[in-house]
Design a protein around this ligand. Structure first.
Ligand code: CAA
Ligand code: FAD
Length: 379
């Protein structure tokens, strides 16, 4: 597999790096403390094309491949993992799902604005009683004339408050279990749709995570995605690609912490020499770099397989499993390399360590990735 980056890929990478360094870095600690993502920054991300990167130009997107998307995700998450998750949900769950499985009318009505970043999307699968066990959907959508009536609660929803459009997974035929589930495009502001409490999180604090409630929300039948009963397969197919995006986020977090550690190890002196001259620190840097490179290869491989139209379920799960474990390990070591200075906010690595943890949990925990990989191995 060829991992040489084309000129276009290098240009995307450079543009994302430039945006991250000049626009995201200056206020990243403040946004983390305030638990707030600046809407102007989100607007700029849309203008620069970071919110609909893989969407075809005819629907207002960048028409890029998955590799270009992961390169941008990595650069942005190196600096601001909250921006990374906002971007990941909009690109690889919402836009990709609508472009791949939506009707032409749905694309015209929703995708064009989502791809341009004029509006933001959310993906709503998890519930208080259905996280890893995602087939156990308690939210229901029963037909009522030309509508479905949506009832239930979704929790942990990224972009829960900022989104204008939500892709909501719900059970229509409980007797059919996962084959009775549907996916719907649901607009904020529809009667019976309310936004609940905001989570006070350990990391990715500038991204908003909310509970969403539905009480007899009338959803037009035309807003169902795919044929009746396609909803669970829709969610799984979308998540396979989403997991590549989160793997790239994890890779970025790890790479960001490594770059800071490399720089700091040359500046900080103990016992009369830079700490980089102590072999114990050199070994840490070597192991960090090696694990990051291995994670990068898994992420690029999964992206390439998807771009080549080959099966990428296992590759995506492996990339997400490994990159998220590497992110947690590397960021913990990065704090160690920084000593006491690593434990305070000023040096960024403590935030990256807090941000890393979520990559082992969302879009399928590490345990669920192992389950997906094992099922593919044993097929
Ligand atoms: N790709 C395609 N199809 C898949 C799949 C995959 N990765 N994993 C499962 N399926 C299909 C199966 O083939 C099966 O379909 P058929 O019956 O038609 O063959 C169906 O889904 C049910 O699968 P299982 O019988 O294996 O069901 P299960 O209940 O034993 O396990 C699971 C299912 C794999 C654990 C699944 O529930 C799962 O992936 N859970 C994790 C949920 C998750 O990732 N949530 C993320 C929420 S979004 C998010 O987190 C966003 C964010 O943070 C930013
Ligand atoms: P549980 O499923 O209760 O798992 C608890 C523990 O048990 C975990 O360690 C898990 O790995 C383990 N476990 C469970 N089942 C098994 C098994 N069969 N074998 C081995 N171990 C197992 N969801 C959305 O739909 N949309 C979003 O936008 C979204 N954003 C999120 C943002 C944040 C900040 C967070 C924290 C979560 C988000 N989620 C979102 C939800 C996320 O996907 C779930 O938290 C995740 O899938 C795990 O579900 P759970 O929290 O219910 O844990």
């Amino acid at each position: 597999m060829d991992f040489n980056l084309s000129e276009e890929h290098q240009a995307v990478q450079a543009a994302a790096r430039d945006f991250a360094q000049t626009e995201l870095l200056p206020g990243v600690s403040e946004r983390d403390a305030a638990q707030h993502f600046d809407p102007d920054l989100l607007h700029k991300m849309g203008e620069l094309g970071f919110l609909g990167m893989m969407v075809a130009p005819e629907y207002g997107g960048g028409g890029m491949d998955t590799l270009a998307y992961v390169l941008a995700m990595e650069e942005i998450s190196k600096v601001d993992a909250s921006a990374g998750v906002i971007m990941s949900v909009n690109n690889s769950l919402v836009c990709w799902g609508l472009e791949k499985y939506g009707t032409e009318a749905q694309k015209q009505q929703y995708l064009t604005r989502l791809a341009a970043g004029e509006i933001i999307g959310a993906f709503c699968l998890s519930e208080p009683e259905a996280g890893s066990d995602a087939t156990s959907q308690h939210t229901t959508a029963f037909p009522n004339g030309n509508y479905y009536l949506l009832n239930g609660t979704k929790n942990w929803i990224t972009n829960g408050n900022t989104s204008a459009v939500c892709l909501v997974i719900a059970q229509t035929h409980p007797e059919l279990r996962h084959k009775g589930i549907n996916a719907f495009i649901v607009e904020k502001g529809w009667e019976g749709f309310s936004v609940g409490r905001k989570e006070d999180k350990m990391g990715i604090r500038a991204s908003d995570t909310h509970t969403l409630m539905f009480s007899d929300v009338p959803v037009p039948a035309a807003n169902r995605i795919g044929e009746d009963g396609f909803g669970f397969r829709f969610a799984m197919n979308v998540l396979n690609g989403g997991r590549i995006g989160i793997a790239a986020q994890a890779l970025g977090i790890a790479a960001g912490a490594f770059e800071l550690s490399l720089k700091y190890s040359k500046e900080r002196k103990t016992f009369g020499k830079p700490i980089a001259d102590h072999q114990a620190i050199q070994f840490k840097l070597s192991e960090m770099a090696t694990k990051i490179e291995a994670a990068r290869l898994l992420v690029y491989k999964a992206a390439r397989l998807k771009d080549e139209g080959r099966d990428y379920i296992q590759a995506a799960a492996m990339a997400k499993l490994y990159a998220s474990e590497v992110a947690m390990w590397v960021t913990t070591e990065a704090v160690q390399v920084h000593g006491g200075y690593g434990y305070v906010r000023e040096y960024h690595v403590e935030r990256l360590m807090r941000d890393a943890k979520i990559t082992q949990i969302y879009e399928g925990t590490s345990e669920i990735q192992k389950l997906v990989i094992a099922r593919e191995l044993l097929k």
